[in-house]
Design a binder for this molecule. Structure first.
Ligand SMILES: [Zn+2]
Length: 343
């Protein structure tokens, strides 16, 4: 999968076993890499994001009903300009606020679901400044007007954007990127005639094998565009994903994008201390926006118990002791992290 995010190549991640199994040891890390940042949260092998487009009310409720019991959080790519429009078939803002509060992501799918390459041509003909240069008034409303409206209604600007019908060019992409750090450019179409349970399960297996990140694109469950021929097959796929929870990090598109961008923009400085290490995590990114903790992998085999304390923080950081390593989840920023262990 090619997502438009550059990703550092640090893929030393080993298979994280499900809670009940004994974790498998991984290859020893290079000498100077005592502490690395895992490619995915929890040092899982791969990522999976479910993204659901267009925000039709019926589909939203059907998907919530089937996905919520799994505990997976998803991304809803919505068209904010259609919600209070004349046709009342879209999920209302109050419901999106609930989904956001429940941990789902509300992403931008354009104000009106316009085909942006066509809109750009219209703009170039109709909207020009005094020098005859296009001002892209329509595109600005489609992208940034929608961003403002989501911010107003949800309380936070959208982090992610997915273009209606995927139609963009480089200039449009630049306009999107100005206010949306993550752009969903390549997604697996779920539902419709070409989708099957066997295929989707195989996509997931391949994603885990390649330590990749799969982004699933859904629209409808029982009826509507790209509905599942047999909705129960999607339930079965969710069960399959759940069975792989030790290997794949299932999270909204923007959450995994934040993780990868933050990981790429974070410097790790390690100093040994007695029975442990002191770690400084520095980033230039705004962790108010990039608010996704990263998993530090401290390659220390044979640890029995470990503790991670952050300078100036009251509570210790979450720690997981694995046969070959100690894992600590932390947000970059000031406050050195001291991890100590006993064997
Ligand atoms: Zn769409």
């Amino acid at each position: 999968m090619r997502i438009l995010l550059v990703v550092a190549g640090l893929l030393a991640s080993a298979r994280m076993a499900a809670a009940a199994e004994a974790p498998e040891p991984k290859q020893p890390p290079p000498q100077n890499e005592k502490v690395t940042l895992a490619a995915y949260l929890g040092d899982k092998d791969a990522g999976l994001s479910f993204t659901i487009d267009d925000g039709f009310a019926g589909a939203t409720e059907e998907f919530v009903k089937v996905i919520e019991p799994t505990g997976f959080k998803v991304t809803w790519f919505i068209n904010p300009g259609t919600i209070d429009g004349p046709v009342k078939n879209r999920t209302p803002w109050a419901r999106w606020r609930e989904r956001f509060a429940a941990g789902d992501e509300i992403g931008n799918h354009g104000m009106t679901h316009a085909l942006m390459t066509e809109m750009k041509l219209k703009d170039e003909q109709a909207h020009k400044d005094a020098d005859g240069k296009p001002t892209y008034k329509l595109l600005d409303e489609e992208i940034n007007g929608a961003c403002d409206l989501i911010k107003k209604e949800i309380g936070k600007p959208p982090f992610s954007y997915a273009a209606a019908n995927g139609l963009v060019d480089d200039e449009i992409k630049k306009m999107i990127a100005a206010r949306h750090p993550a752009f969903a450019s390549s997604r697996r179409l779920y539902g419709g005639d070409a989708w099957s349970l066997a295929k989707a399960n195989a996509w997931l297996d391949g994603t885990i094998k390649k330590k990749d990140w799969m982004v699933a694109m859904l629209h409808s469950y029982t009826k509507g565009y790209a509905a599942f021929k047999q909705p129960a097959d999607f339930d079965a796929h969710l069960a399959y994903v759940t069975s792989k929870a030790g290997e794949v990090w299932v999270a909204p598109f923007g959450t995994i994008a934040k993780y990868r961008l933050l990981r790429e923009g974070t410097q790790v400085v390690v100093k040994p201390v007695e029975h442990g290490v002191e770690i400084a995590l520095a980033t230039k990114l705004d962790t108010g926006v990039y608010d996704q903790p990263l998993t530090l992998v401290i390659h220390e085999p044979g640890v029995k118990e470990a503790k991670a304390v952050r300078e100036g923080a009251e509570k210790p950081l979450p720690v997981l002791v694995r046969k070959d390593a100690v894992l600590v989840d932390a947000l970059p920023g000031p406050g050195k992290i001291t991890v100590t262990w006993s064997k």
